[in-house]
Design a protein around this ligand. Structure first.
Ligand code: SAM
Length: 257
């Protein structure tokens, strides 16, 4: 069985996948307004599958609501535990395709994870069992439009390397539920964000994004040399900020149509 483990990028994860607070707050508001509409009173039991460092999902935990998070990465969970919070929730090292939990959740979230899991059918079965509402989606800052990222990608595209994807896209995943008769509601928002050129350069150098992990070393080194020349020839200041956009794109998948 193939797992995509985030242990080696755990330490810098929240920095390289930074999203502004307004996106995080909106995420919480959308989840709680759905829960309040569907169920009477808190406490709500929320399961986050692939909770990672708790970058966004940790904010769902409170005195009123019980958050359970599972992940296969010990070091991502360690990063989560470093966040000092009064209501940390309950964390467990476990596989989302084989949940060690009874189905007693009001809602399950799976943010930035379905594309990493090759056992799609098993994941669908587990999600269906565990809660009435499933929330999948992406919460991210656009770094792809940064000139360094663009230059790096163009350089890699000149090689024969092609990325192998393990799981399926969010749209394909959502369609599985649509065909089963689930109701689907999409929620989107965006907000301006600033990232330093240096942070993007560092993310590329350390291949912190999972889309870059399997690039062969020699192609990666060649692309980095190209970036050095690009920075020198354009006079790009690495300490300056790049203005971009952060996005939240969620699908609420509900068994009550
Ligand atoms: C891209 S990160 C997203 C983390 C978090 N949801 C967020 O948005 O910041 C994906 C997470 O899923 C975890 N993961 C991958 N496969 C998993 C599986 N089969 N079961 C549970 N977690 C898994 C990884 O270890 C990683 O922490």
């Amino acid at each position: 069985m193939k797992y995509i483990n985030f242990n080696h990028v755990a330490e810098g994860y929240d920095t390289t996948r930074f999203v502004p607070q307004t996106i995080v707050e909106n995420f919480g508001n959308l989840i709680f307004s759905h829960l309040e509409t569907e169920f009477d009173e808190p406490p709500y039991r929320i399961l986050s599958l692939g909770i990672g460092s708790g970058r966004v999902e940790s904010f769902l935990s409170s005195e009123k609501n019980h958050l359970f998070g599972i992940d296969i990465s010990e070091l991502m969970l360690r990063e989560y535990k470093k966040k000092t919070s009064e209501h940390q929730g309950f964390l467990s090292l476990a596989d989302g395709c084989s949940l060690p939990l009874r189905p007693f959740f009001h809602i399950v979230t799976a943010i930035h994870i379905v594309h990493l899991i090759s056992r799609t059918q098993k994941l669908v079965e587990e999600l269906e069992k565990i809660a009435k509402t499933i929330v999948i989606g992406d919460i991210y800052t656009d770094t792809y439009s940064h000139p360094l990222y663009q230059e790096y990608s163009t350089e890699i595209a000149k090689s024969e390397w092609k990325r192998e994807s393990s799981g399926i896209s969010i749209e394909e995943f959502t369609n599985i539920f649509k065909e089963k008769g689930y109701g689907i509601m999409q929620k989107e928002m965006s907000a301006p964000a600033e990232i330093s050129n240096h942070a993007i350069y560092d993310s590329l150098r350390s291949r912190s994004f999972s889309s870059l992990w399997s690039i062969p070393d020699d192609y990666h080194e060649r692309a980095l040399k190209h970036l050095e020349k690009y920075i020198e020839s354009t006079g790009m200041k690495l300490e300056s900020n790049f203005s971009t956009t952060s996005f939240l794109s969620l699908y609420f998948i509900d068994s009550r149509k």
